[in-house]
Design a binder for this molecule. Structure first.
Ligand SMILES: [Zn+2]
Length: 128
């Protein structure tokens, strides 16, 4: 007879709760996988289930395509680290910028200022 401890039962419920937040077509599969992990090693069941619950939102966003798993978190939050990559010889005030972390490129027309939160005149050596 298999004895299920209250901690293991709670961990299973937490995993089921996490799986319910996922899209219906994959939630059941994840629940089964997480329960298999709990059954294989119940030593830290609550810690395991807690970590799943804590990260299920990121998993949901990744599955939906809203978040790219290989993109740094700060870039996912649109906090890119832009550096100027070239200036436009036709317009010395316009500069393209590339994020050093993810490679995202943005063009700055001089309208609206520096990509992100700084004004282009603060960083652009050609700005007047
Ligand atoms: Zn970036």
């Amino acid at each position: 007879m298999i004895t299920v401890t209250p901690e293991a039962r709670l961990a299973g419920l937490l995993c089921d709760l996490a799986a319910r937040t996922l899209p219906e077509d994959v939630g059941q599969r994840y629940a089964e996988e997480w329960r298999a992990d709990l059954a294989a090693d119940p030593t830290y069941a609550l810690q395991y289930a807690s970590s799943i619950l804590a990260n299920v939102l990121v998993l949901r966003l990744t599955l939906s395509g809203a978040v790219k798993a290989d993109q740094p978190l700060r870039c996912q939050l649109h906090l890119h680290h832009y550096v100027p990559i070239h200036d436009n010889p036709e317009n010395r005030r316009a500069t393209s910028h590339r994020c050093t972390r993810c490679g995202h490129i943005t063009d700055d027309s001089g309208v609206g200022g520096w990509p992100g939160r700084f004004n282009v005149s603060d960083r652009d050596p050609y700005a007047r």
